[in-house]
Design a protein around this ligand. Structure first.
Ligand code: PLP
Length: 392
């Protein structure tokens, strides 16, 4: 499959009908106990690696099919499924800071990742240093003899800066330090993280991979070098994922290509329209030429997800709230990557320590789903009218 296009791989990876009575999809295999044919085989199970069926917690053929498909699409060596994206972040950071050390963390990381560093790692003696997400090759000056990881997320949560991952990776690899990236926005389909120099990729499979807002799922994908330490840590902490959830997420993965391409087009159409509205100060969408990271995005990504932020011209909070509440096709809620449009307020004020980030006005995050962009634009238009009416 390696020589085939990603769309072909999405249809064919992670299933083997000949092994399962001709069934097109890998079935849901549920178990706790696994019975061995004899004592020797049982005693041997620990030497059989992480991809054999030996006990429910370590995965079944359903888990392995899903993991294999995601690892291949992203271009990594192996993947392990964990209960959700946050568990993937925690698992990777725990694996790399086992003996303490210094972690360089992007200042614009997903807020719960920051909380994990502050509430779990720092009290355990790990040194956490936040860096400017736009640092690029300048990261070299921050690497220390005890640095154990450079943690990236591109684009940044909420503010959407694009990081120069190849430049960061070149600097980190010169000192033999692994680069970790939360690649949830790029997805394995739009950002080939391993080709760009990432060593360990984190996916909130909850988002575009599953894509239907009904499963919590995380994945850690590594290159060959980091597979054993990461996989062992996941096992030591007892993370396991239900085969039903893996089956659903693998089902979602099949259509990730078509969903993403459509959502990219819808997202860009809505973002471009928003850019022309008088209420908007700027639109933070990397695929727009006005975005400061546009050239980097074009160089490194194969496409753009449909999650972006808008900065309104200064307006009273009550009017912003009236705008959000007036939207009929956008659900108000957390998460993203499903088939449906979502909206929430992006609070970035207190999330940064190494760099400032002061939006010129209220910031709103939008996720564009598979609805018709024409209907989404009508909905936004009527909501802007309500915002205007709510102004004092
Ligand atoms: C949602 C999200 C996560 C966490 O994923 P969960 O499955 O919700 O735990 C991690 N990183 C990013 C960038 C996210 O948006």
């Amino acid at each position: 499959m390696d020589d085939k296009d990603l769309d072909t791989q999405l249809s064919h990876l992670g299933r083997d009908p000949a092994k399962h009575s001709g069934m097109v999809n890998t079935p849901v295999f549920r178990t706790s106990t696994v019975i061995f044919p004899n004592l020797a085989a049982y005693e041997d199970r620990k030497d059989q690696g992480f991809k054999t069926v030996k006990y429910g917690r370590h995965g079944t053929p359903t888990t392995f099919a899903f993991e294999e498909a995601v690892a291949k699409i992203e271009g990594g060596y192996q993947a392990v499924a964990v209960p959700n994206g946050m568990a993937a972040i925690a698992g990777v950071l725990l694996a790399l800071t086992k003996d303490g050390g210094h972690v360089l963390m992007t200042d614009a990381a997903y807020a719960p990742a920051r909380n994990f560093c502050e509430r779990q790692l720092r009290p355990r003696g790990v040194e956490i240093e936040y860096y400017d997400p736009l640092i690029g090759g300048g990261i070299a000056a921050k690497l220390k003899s005890n640095t154990v990881a450079v943690y990236c997320e591109s684009p940044s949560s909420l503010s959407f800066e694009i990081q120069d991952i190849p430049a960061i990776a070149a600097a980190a690899h010169a000192k033999d330090i692994p680069v970790v990236m939360d690649n949830t926005w790029g997805t394995p389909y739009f950002f080939p993280s391993f080709e760009r120099g990432v060593d360990i990729s984190i996916q909130a499979g909850t988002k575009y991979i599953n894509g239907h807002s009904d499963v919590m799922m995380g994945l850690i994908i590594t290159n060959e070098r980091w597979w054993t330490p990461v996989r062992q840590t996941v096992s030591d902490f007892g993370y396991g994922v239900s085969p039903d959830d893996c089956w659903l997420a693998l089902r979602g993965l099949r259509t990730m290509g078509v969903r993403l391409k459509q959502q990219m087009a819808n997202g860009i159409e809505v973002a471009q329209w928003l850019q022309g509205r008088p209420e908007i100060f700027r639109v933070l969408h990397p695929a727009l030429e006005s975005h400061p990271g546009h050239a980097l995005w074009k160089r490194d990504f194969r496409g753009a997800a449909s999650l972006f932020s808008i900065v309104l011209r200064p307006v009273e909070t009550a009017a912003v709230n009236a705008f959000v509440d007036a939207l009929e096709l956008f659900g108000i809620g957390s998460s993203w990557g499903g088939y449906e449009s979502l909206v929430n307020i992006a609070h970035v004020e207190n999330l940064r320590t190494a760099t400032g980030w002061k939006p010129e006005g209220p910031m709103i995050r939008l996720h564009i789903g598979l609805e018709s962009p024409r209907d989404l634009i009508s909905d936004l238009t009527q909501a802007f009218d309500k915002m205007k009416a709510a102004r004092g």
